[in-house]
Design a protein around this ligand. Structure first.
Ligand code: ADP
Length: 265
């Protein structure tokens, strides 16, 4: 397979405090161009820390992170942030503009993108998330789902190579969640983006190409949604509770054909 490697974690360890416990311990994985990888694991297993390390909000204590061939360090961090876009759980903490279009423009202004191109990207990204009719709306007037769409457009406007959604749909209802993920999936496929979703949402896990399961700061398993189903008994051991596992089973059952294949392997 000659797909391009976009993200590499090489034996990455991290702790928040000098004398504190290791929050990540020798974590290694790779993500390829155009791939959708879901990261799951119980609370505190290190998922958000991985996301923050990926765009240089945090720096590894040990090991190396490479994004599109460039090692993440203090000198490269601003370049890296052009490549790695992040959307978090609460859209209210992510707005900086007085209107929707100002908000989408903000990240581009910081990166010196010419005005004409900015206008074009605002149109394109807001259309992609179906928010093109809200250019001059004040963000606080939008619904939760609409806010998350704008947050995603703002990140897409800086044309990242990797998009990370850290529980970005957690505050939405199931319909809102489905809609956002449908939109993101479309954009991901048309723009060849790599997508990393940190999530409890089963739909997002089932649709991903691969799943990384975190446990106590280490990778417990790197697998596919189908294989994850076959190991459902083991998931309980690492604190992913019974409802979660049962729902995962149901969700995969709906995709009966794939499951039959998995059962044969
Ligand atoms: P997850 O996203 O899987 O819930 P996190 O990466 O947020 O896990 O957290 C991993 C561990 O790091 C947890 O034990 C958490 O308490 C700790 N942690 C997270 N953020 C900080 C911080 N800013 N300062 C100190 N400890 C932190």
């Amino acid at each position: 397979m000659d797909r391009k490697k976009l993200v590499e974690f090489k034996n990455v360890s991290f702790q928040y405090e000098e004398e504190g416990a290791l929050v990540l311990n020798q974590v290694s994985f790779e993500i390829y161009e155009g791939e959708w990888v879901a990261i799951i694991g119980h609370n505190g297993s290190g998922k958000s820390t991985i996301a923050k390390l990926l765009n240089g909000l945090l720096m590894p204590k040990d090991g190396e992170i490479v994004v599109d061939g460039q090692k993440v360090d203090d000198d490269t961090v601003w370049d890296i942030r052009k490549d790695v876009g992040m959307v978090f759980q609460n859209p209210d903490n992510q707005f900086v503009g007085a209107t929707v279009q100002d908000d989408v423009a903000f990240g581009m202004e910081n990166r010196g993108i010419p005005r004409e191109e900015m206008r074009e990207r605002i149109q394109r990204t807001l259309s992609a998330v179906r928010m093109q009719d809200y250019l001059i709306t004040e963000p606080h007037r939008l619904s939760g789902g609409q806010k998350q769409r704008v947050a995603i457009a703002s990140v897409l406007a800086i044309a990242p190579k990797v998009l990370i959604l850290d529980e970005a749909t957690a505050m939405l209802d199931p319909t809102g969640r489905k809609e956002i993920m449908h939109t993101v999936n479309d954009i991901q496929e048309s723009e060849g983006l790599s997508l990393i979703t940190i999530t409890h949402d089963l739909q997002e896990i089932v649709q991903a190409d691969r799943v990384i399961v975190m446990n106590k700061g280490e990778i417990w398993e790197e697998t596919t949604p189908r294989e994850l189903f076959l190991q459902r008994e083991n998931l309980r051991e690492i604190g992913l509770d019974v409802p979660f596992v049962a729902q995962l089973t149901d969700e995969l059952m709906k995709q009966g054909v794939e499951l039959k294949e998995a059962a044969l392997n």
